[in-house]
Write a protein that binds this ligand. Structure first.
Ligand code: MG
Length: 113
């Protein structure tokens, strides 16, 4: 995500003076609720993997999740690039390519050697 997009999200919040409501707890709740709305797109769906017909709703709910993630990072003083890069590094250590490639096993079930 570009800094310009992040700035637009923060500007939207600031123009409405909503920062006063955006504490980390309520933002975490909002991320979870919007994630549930994203999941709701697939509720009772016989073909969970086919999302072409649901793409407009997915686009909207995914954007809601990401917007709240940006707001949460701002409320906590976190740099999204920095924390995502740190998590990728951690995941690379948990899931080495030579053990995890083509596998859906959890990291603690991957066998070494
Ligand atoms: Mg939503």
């Amino acid at each position: 995500m570009t800094q310009d997009t992040i700035n637009k999200i923060l500007q939207f919040r600031d123009e409405r003076d909503w920062n006063q409501f955006h504490n980390p707890k309520d933002l975490a709740i909002s991320i979870s609720l919007e994630s549930a709305e994203l999941l709701e797109v697939f509720q009772w769906s016989a073909e969970d993997v086919n999302c072409t017909e649901k793409l407009n709703k997915i686009r909207e709910e995914l954007a809601d999740v990401v917007n709240y993630c940006v707001l949460m990072a701002d409320a906590c003083g976190l740099d999204l690039d920095e924390i995502v890069e740190a998590k990728i590094k951690k995941n690379n250590e948990k899931y080495p390519v030579e053990l995890a490639k083509g596998s859906k096993k959890k990291y603690n079930q991957l066998k070494k050697g």
